[in-house]
Design a binder for this molecule. Structure first.
Ligand SMILES: Nc1nc2c(c(=O)[nH]1)N[C@H]1C(S)=C(S)[C@@H](COP(=O)(O)O)O[C@H]1N2
Ligand SMILES: [Mo]
Length: 320
């Protein structure tokens, strides 16, 4: 069945999983023979493009995946927004490896019957991991296609048994000043705080994410655990989470605090509502080349059929 968020790409445009996995295996093999490749700068780029870190198997969920070509490992791990490490796209790749990833626990508390602090290994095992290929559409009007691994956040939320007071979910990112040069700047209030309404958080598309490309999340992409909300601008998807808090009131998120006229609580991808300083009608796919045609941005990033009902009766120009 044709899902609404899938574009009409020719089968030849798609990189099937078997191809990129096979390509990767080939490159891993090539890494064993560095002498044969070492001389060529092209080969060096190819080696950088191998997924690294622990393998994290996940079963592809085709129902919830776009069939667009995925971005390369290198693109996904070198073009990042993670302001704790600096505002440059290359800063996270350069500095995030200093982040201390173990031990790592996440506190889940607030309006729940069973508050709990879980170790990252227990969190990973709470539900079967699915691979879901989602577009990540940044508010800066670029996008990536990423094969994430995780499970619906709803599994974890049900586990802690939300009370009737639970109307919003607040996500808090770790702060490690020794590792994070960016937190010395006051561009945002730290820690980075994001939030969802309860029904958004419970929507099966909202992914509690532990990996990408069949491996653990690299630090710059939000290791060891982040959230991914595919119908919203990228900034809603907080990285390297240490706390998930349920409450009755709408939180003021870091971006709302920094620039309330520019970044709202909802931040649904909406080509009809320009950012005050630029259009949101189109996006640039990272890696497509400087002169490549821009891609039209779709309402709710292509998930309109699945999520538009959540906003029935709301004026999304006011609630941006
Ligand atoms: N803690 C934290 N989470 C964050 C950010 C950040 O600066 N800090 N940037 C957001 C933005 S603006 C985007 S577009 C995505 C980028 O995710 P990626 O680098 O894995 O592609 O992460 C989001 N999560
Ligand atoms: Mo973003």
């Amino acid at each position: 069945m044709q899902r609404p968020w899938k574009t009409d790409v020719a089968p030849s445009d798609i990189t099937p999983e078997s191809v990129w996995r096979g390509r990767r295996r080939l490159l891993q093999g090539a890494a064993l023979a560095p002498l044969a490749l070492g001389a060529s700068p092209l080969a060096h780029a190819a080696l950088d493009n191998q997924p690294t870190g622990p393998v994290l198997p996940a079963q592809r969920n085709t129902e919830w995946s776009t069939n667009e070509a995925v971005n390369s490992w290198q693109e996904i791990t070198t073009y990042n927004n993670f302001y704790e490490f600096g505002t440059g796209k290359g800063d996270p790749a350069q500095y995030a490896n200093k982040m201390q990833l173990s031990p790592w626990t996440v506190q889940i508390d607030g309006a729940v019957r069973k508050p709990i602090t879980l170790d990252i290994d227990d969190l990973r095992r709470l539900a079967p991991l699915e691979e879901r290929v989602y577009r990540l559409r940044c508010v800066e009007a670029w996008s990536l296609v990423i094969p994430w691994a995780g499970y619906s956040l709803a599994h974890l939320l049900k586990h802690v048994e939300p009370t009737e007071e639970a109307k919003y979910v607040v996500f808090t990112t770790v702060v490690q000043p020794e590792a994070m040069p960016g937190v010395r700047s006051n561009i945002l209030d730290w820690p980075y705080v994001e939030g969802l309404r309860m029904d958004e958080a419970m929507h099966p598309l909202t992914l509690l994410t532990f990996g990408l490309y069949g491996h653990d999340l690299p630090a710059q992409d939000g290791a060891p655990m982040r959230i991914v909300v595919p119908w919203k601008y990228g900034f809603k998807s907080g990285k390297s989470l240490v706390r998930i808090h349920l409450q009755s009131t709408q939180p003021t998120t870091s971006w709302m605090r920094a620039a309330p006229q520019e970044y709202g609580f909802y931040a649904n991808v909406n080509p009809a509502v320009p950012h005050p300083r630029w259009s949101q009608a189109t996006e640039r796919r990272i890696g497509s080349g400087f002169f490549a045609a821009r891609i039209p941005t779709r309402p709710f990033n292509g998930y309109e059929k699945d999520v538009a009902d959540l906003y029935k009766g709301m004026d999304l120009r006011r609630n941006f």
